[in-house]
Design a protein. Sequence first.
Length: 292
Amino acid sequence: MNNMNSPARLGAFLKARRAQLTPQECGLPDAGSGRRVAGLRREEVARLAAISVDYYTRLEQGRVRASAPVLATLTCALRLDEDQQSYLYELAGRSDDRPRRRRPAQRLRPAMRRLLDQLTHTPALVLGERLDILAWNQAAVALYTDFSAVPPDRRNYVYLLFSDPAVRGMHRNWEHDARDALAALRMEAAADPDDPHLARLVGELIVQAPDFGTWWAEHRVVTAAYGTKQYRHPLVGDLTLDCDTWASPDGSGQRLMVLTAEPGSASHDALRILTSWTAQQPARNTAKRRTA
């Protein structure tokens, strides 16, 4: 075996790297002065990477070979720069598995844009790979948030659900909705486990949102394309909306997510009031119709 690729050298690097990090740097609570090890503990690294402590321990001890998906999450958990990432993959004997190719930017289908524009009182989003938010209509802005003010690399449905206080707070059944969204993201990971953008997204959420790391480790998946969502909007109060998602037939992976209310219901009336009020804001009416 090439000594450069030995599991023992990989384990030594992992141990040295976690010793260089502090809990504060990784968004973990500080346990105070009673820590007996420099840097992060093994269990803390395992939690950040959404793997078992036993598996991570065996990695450090050189008793198991790291898979490409695990290496991708470790690069985020251990805050590795480009050079350190290259070194990690080389030590693991997986330099060929390291993602180098940037995917082309996701391009919104014109037909999806037309559908959004025609849904004037119906909140709708176009979701792409990794549940990235590619486009939205004015009604979705009225319901959720000003997506045009969100940095393009943060326009992701799961990211906003876990990290944006306003979006998170409006979900009356947040845990249910968040777990379903995470399970849908898990399906994306299964389809392309070496996607560097997905690895970065998962790594950031594991660090920023403890619930995400816990639920990600459960490996739950879901493909449900419909359901009911309960919202509490600051302007119109409680809303009960049916959520339906349709996949584009062209194989692009783009999905149209539409939220509707039963005609004659209080939620239907409240949604009409909300979207009509927003439409009367002329300065905002066109600015929110951008795409990523």
